[in-house]
Design a protein around this ligand. Structure first.
Ligand SMILES: Cc1cc2nc3c(=O)[nH]c(=O)nc-3n(C[C@H](O)[C@H](O)[C@H](O)COP(=O)(O)OP(=O)(O)OC[C@H]3O[C@@H](n4cnc5c(N)ncnc54)[C@H](O)[C@@H]3O)c2cc1C
Length: 393
């Protein structure tokens, strides 16, 4: 038997974009059903960055105190170690935001916070462990989605379907929307390294590729950026990885010595976007509309800003009726420029991030500029901390 639900808006995907949109809509009294394929938000692959502009939004939502009550780390500057030379990449200290820091919080804690806040509203329904697999159509118009949940089949009919299911979205193709983009030049190897008392590593270490170290109290979560397609999980790949890590960070060599291929997850990076973000009755936002690379650590912010703009533009429309194509186009118009700018910068960063350079080679041009003109680090701070077009509720 199929469980049938009706909502003003059905949102596919409970990531940063989907849950932020849900919260912003239910606050306007709009009925929302979120369908999330996982049972919880306990996944490790998004990065843990909560940007200063996102924290302003949390303040607008009345959630900032609750956010800060959860375990977190604040970073006033993004620092970078180039074969041991310390540099500042981005400085947040002059941002026009309440909190002038990038905060690190495990994504599952952040998403729990947003989902809990949405659940205070009777208009909110979150269907966990529910994978959406198809669209419901009435003629050419999308009028809902179907999927499978823990108790069987589910159908949600809605006046608007929002696809926030991320970079591997299958719904886009079902709606006739195809992404275009450049193949990403990099992939990310994701693994844990044991931590013993007193161990510390710089946040970003670079030289031959890049090592990002996230301190998760009991262990270090490592994201190691490598050239795309270079990892096949063979013993030779593991040896190459350890060798590269030892060159960038001799101190880390010992800590990774026991890592095997089975400990390493390959995260494929994509950098692409839809030419058209909407079909009749359906809108794509976040990585579904524009898959972001981890370069610069800005994809989460962009996804959240998409959600905020969507709620602001479509909330009033949804209260009174059904969004027309022109309403959905307004969201794309608002958000496509910051997307293009951000992806342009990410594309330019890809080469330097994975370049193999000897330890005695001169600093790359961009890093030299940041070292010699520290004022530039406030500009990079704006780009990372605020995004190309910050949104307000
Ligand atoms: C390796 C890596 C590291 C990154 N690190 C950072 C970083 O440090 N900082 C940063 O800002 N950005 C980072 N990014 C980019 C960032 O992860 C994305 O831009 C951001 O997560 C996009 O949010 P989203 O809500 O649009 O999509 P997602 O975060 O991908 O969320 C989509 C959600 O939809 C659910 N879903 C998918 N399909 C279905 C379905 N059929 N039915 C139901 N649910 C479904 C998924 O389970 C998921 O919960 C990184 C990206 C990669 C690849």
């Amino acid at each position: 038997m199929t469980t049938e639900l009706h909502a003003d808006c059905a949102i596919v995907g409970g990531g940063p974009a989907g849950l932020t949109l849900a919260l912003a809509l239910v606050r306007q009294g709009i009925g929302v059903v979120v369908l999330e394929k996982h049972a919880d938000f306990l996944r490790d692959f998004r990065g843990d960055t909560i940007h200063p502009s996102t924290q302003d939004l949390l303040a607008e939502l009345g959630l900032l105190d609750e956010f800060l009550a959860r375990p977190h780390d604040d970073m006033p500057r993004v620092t970078f170690s180039w074969y041991g030379t310390e540099l500042t990449l981005a400085d947040f200290s002059r941002l026009p935001t309440r909190r002038k820091v990038m905060t690190f919080m495990p994504q599952w804690d952040f998403l729990d916070l947003v989902a809990d806040a949405a659940a205070q509203h009777p208009q909110f329904t979150l269907l966990r462990s529910t994978r959406v697999d198809a669209l419901i159509r009435d003629g050419d118009r999308v009028v809902g989605v179907t999927g499978t949940g823990p108790d069987g089949d589910v159908a949600v009919r809605a006046r608007l379907v929002v696809d926030a299911s991320g970079r591997d979205s299958g719904l886009r193709a079902a709606a006739g929307l195809a992404p275009t983009g450049v193949a990403s030049a990099m992939d990310v190897l994701w693994f844990r390294v044991a931590k013993t008392a007193g161990d510390r590593y710089p946040f970003i270490q670079a030289g031959s590729g890049l090592i990002i170290t996230i301190d998760r109290n009991d262990f270090f979560q490592i994201a190691h950026v490598i050239p795309a397609g270079a990892w096949h999980g063979t013993d030779a790949d593991v040896a190459t990885m350890k060798d590269r890590i030892a060159r960038i960070s001799p101190r880390m060599a010992e800590a990774v010595s026991s890592i095997t291929a089975a400990d390493v997850h390959l995260l494929r990076v994509r950098l692409e976007r839809l030419r058209r973000w909407f079909a009749d009755g359906m809108l794509c936002i976040g990585d579904s509309a524009h898959a972001m690379s981890p370069a610069g650590g800005v994809g989460i912010n962009l996804a959240i800003q998409d959600a905020v703009a969507t709620a602001r533009i479509l909330g009033p429309v949804l209260r009174d009726g059904t969004p027309a194509a022109s309403d959905l186009r307004r969201v794309q118009r608002r958000r496509s420029r910051p997307t293009r700018v951000t992806q342009f910068v990410q594309r330019r960063l890809q080469g330097p991030l994975i370049a193999e350079r000897a330890s005695d080679a001169p600093l790359p041009f961009g890093l030299r500029m940041l070292r010699d003109h520290p004022r530039l680090t406030h500009l990079t701070g704006r780009f990372v901390g605020l995004g190309a077009r910050p949104e307000r509720l």
